[in-house]
Design a protein around this ligand. Sequence first.
Ligand code: MG
Length: 256
Amino acid sequence: MKVKKIYLLLSTAIIASASFAQQGDPKATEFYSPVPKIITPGKAISYAPSDAIVLFDGKNLDEWVTTQDPSKAADWIVAKNILTVNKKAGNIQTKRSFTDYQLHIEWRIPANITGEGQARGNSGIFLAGTGPGDAGYEIQILDCYNNKTYVNGQTGSIYKQSIPLANACKKPGEWQGYDIVWTAPRFNEEGTIKSPAHVTAFHNGVLVQNNYELKGETAYIGAPVYKKHGPAPIKLQAHGDKSEPISFRNIWIREL
Ligand code: MG
C-alpha cells in the first residue's frame, strides 16, 4: 500500500514538473557547462569581395526594412558610418530573402555598457528570419567579455541549442566580427524536414560553430522545432533589455 502511494506521489511530481517545463519555464533549456575556453582574438577585419551584396556600408538602410511591417523602412540610427539599434523600432530585416550564404557582419558593444547576464548588450542575428518577433534561427550577440550567463546563450551560441566552441569576445567598445556560413533547411512538400539547417561561424576569426546541425528554430522556451519555410530575410534583433544599444557596420553577403 505504502509503496504504491509513494510511487503515485512520485509520478505525479514528475508529470507536474514536465508539464511546467512545457508550459514555459525558460530555465529548463539554460545550461551552465561546459564553459567555453576564453581566447584572445587576433585583428579580424574583412572587406567585401567583388561578388558580395553589400547590406550595409555605412551610408543608409536601403537594404533593410522593419520586421513588424516589411512595407516600412528600417528605423534604426545611421550616423558616423555605423548603424545603431533603435530598440523602440523593433527588429529589422533584409529586403531580400536568402537561402544558402556566407555572411560577414561587424558589431560593437558600447564601452559604457551596463546590465548583466542576458541583459547586457543583447542583440542577435536571425540567420533566416521566418516571421515576426524572434521567429527564426538566432546566433547570439551579447557582451560576454566578463559577464556570466548560460553557456548556450552566450556570444557565438546558436541560442539555446549549441554552445560556442570558444569565447572570443573583445572588450566592450571594440569592434568584433562574425563570419558565418549558413545552409538553410529544406522541407518536404507536406512540411516535414528533408534536410536540417547547418551553420559554421567564426567570431573574431575564431571558430565557434563547426557545421552545427540545427534542431529547429531557436526558442526562448521549450524545445526547438522546424516550421516549413522557403528563402528568408536575415534579421537583426532589437532586444528588449535596458542596456545601451549596440552598433553594426560592414555587413555583406555572398549567396552560395
Ligand atoms: Mg539575442
